[in-house]
Write a protein that binds this ligand. Structure first.
Ligand code: FAD
Ligand code: DHB
Length: 397
């Protein structure tokens, strides 16, 4: 017989979305249980995003998660765009009303969230198997799973939050889902290297041989990406070839990429994906469970956390005050931001990558756009406003 229990919100997935939701709900006095199929160590080490919008930083600070972020995060005023062998700086702080971005890795946000939940007695079950959700159109949906010791559980909930990423079990429970999707004919090869970054801010470089991005994790660790073929094998990319390609795509007189031991290498596919609606009955999707953007605009993580703020406000109103108003509006409210970010990420991706087999017309359009963004205040402001975070959401404390 399964062990039965009761909570208000059953959360599937201990990524940034599920963990932040559990944290915000606790602040609002709403109980939750987080069920995750990976180990805690795996969740804390998964290399992914690294760049936070100003609004995301302000949110994390306002809910007690700013201590290590403020000590270790690196604030940047803007970014560099490089094309035709020249590097141009876009200063977001000057262009906007003082907006900025902060480098702070997703791994660190996940560590901070897990530590904060466990310190406050929060329930997170790692290493679960057979996770499933049922009864989402009834008043008492059920979250079922087998824990790491092999014991089966059934948790009776008021609401289920599907924060289980792109390959999770929750999205398929929504009938008549409308999916809008694009795949791109390239992927990113990402590396982490023990090398002091030789740039103060991120460089997005369009080179005739493909896009490259220079990011960082700390004053000692660089994070770099190269556009590669979608089915690229890491076996074809020994360290020497990676550094040679990076030096070529970022080449500038009197300057070079600083090299060091590579500690992580991976290839990430590029896709845009939006599923609607994001709610069915008492099941709400948030983050990558509902949408994916290509990484070029650094939106994925920020978007996931914005969904969660909208959801936490809605669930507080529903579970503390009995009002369905915000819950009913949840999907439409989120999808407006999702589509803005989907457009921005697609636009940045299309402007900076070389499409295999493309002709001079496409390259000239890309160069014309890059030149416009680097010289017109209006065009630069549009990029700055989207990149640093358009219309940040607020958690009602
Ligand atoms: P996730 O982080 O995917 O978390 C979902 C969680 O659910 C995971 O812990 C997963 O193990 C768990 N889960 C899945 N299925 C189940 C199940 N059946 N039962 C229980 N738990 C389950 N964004 C950027 O902005 N910049 C980047 O450079 C960048 N790089 C990325 C690289 C990769 C390889 C990927 C996959 C994504 C990247 N992203 C990037 C996107 C960004 O990391 C995501 O948008 C962000 O992780 C979304 O958070 P999430 O909590 O919604 O989903
Ligand atoms: C990082 C990733 C991105 O996709 C991006 O646009 C900026 C930074 C990063 O991993 O640091």
């Amino acid at each position: 017989m399964p062990v039965t229990s009761r909570t208000q919100v059953g959360i599937v997935g201990a990524g940034p979305a599920g963990l932040l939701l559990s944290h915000l709900l606790a602040l609002a006095g709403v109980d939750s249980v987080v069920v995750e199929n990976r180990t805690r160590a795996y969740c804390e080490a998964r290399q992914r995003a690294g760049l936070l919008e100003a609004g995301t930083v302000e949110l994390l600070r306002s809910v007690g998660l700013g201590k290590r972020l403020d000590a270790e995060g690196i604030e940047h005023d803007g970014i560099y765009l490089q094309f035709l062998g020249e590097r141009h700086h876009l200063n977001f702080r000057e262009l906007t009303d003082g907006r900025w971005v902060t480098v702070y890795a997703q791994t660190e946000i996940v560590k901070d969230l897990i530590a904060a939940r466990l310190a406050n007695g929060g329930a997170i079950e790692f290493s679960c198997s057979d996770v499933s959700v049922s009864g989402v159109t009834s008043d008492r949906p059920m979250l079922s799973y087998t824990d790491s010791s092999g014991v089966a559980h059934e948790v009776s909930c008021d609401v289920i939050a599907g924060c289980d990423g792109f390959h999770g079990v929750c999205r398929p429970l929504i009938p008549d889902l409308q999916v809008s999707e694009r795949t791109y004919p390239y992927a990113w090869l990402g590396i982490l290297a023990n090398a002091a970054p030789s740039t103060d801010e991120l460089i997005y470089s369009r080179h005739a041989d493909g896009f490259a991005l220079y990011s960082m994790r700390s004053p000692e660790v660089s994070r770099l990406y190269l556009q590669v073929a979608p089915d690229e094998s890491l076996d074809r990319w020994p360290d020497d070839r990676i550094w040679a390609e990076l030096q070529k795509r970022f080449a500038l007189d009197g300057w070079s990429v600083s090299e060091g031991p590579i500690t992580d290498k991976s290839v990430t596919a590029m896709r845009s994906f939006v599923a609607a609606p994001m709610r069915h009955g008492r099941l709400f999707l948030a983050g990558d469970a509902a949408h994916i953007v290509p990484p070029t605009g650094a939106k994925g993580l920020n978007l996931a956390l914005s969904d969660v703020v909208v959801l936490a406000n809605a669930l507080r109103a529903l579970l503390k005050e009995g009002s369905w108003k915000l819950a009913d509006a949840y999907s439409d409210t989120c999808l407006r931001r999702v589509w803005r970010c989907t457009h921005f990420s697609w636009w940045m991706t299309s402007m900076l990558h070389v499409t295999p087999g493309s002709d001079a017309f496409e390259s000239q359009l890309q160069l014309a756009q890059l030149s416009y963004v680097s010289s017109s205040r209006a065009a630069a402001l549009s990029l700055a406003e989207n990149y640093s975070g358009y219309e940040p959401v607020r958690f009602e404390l």
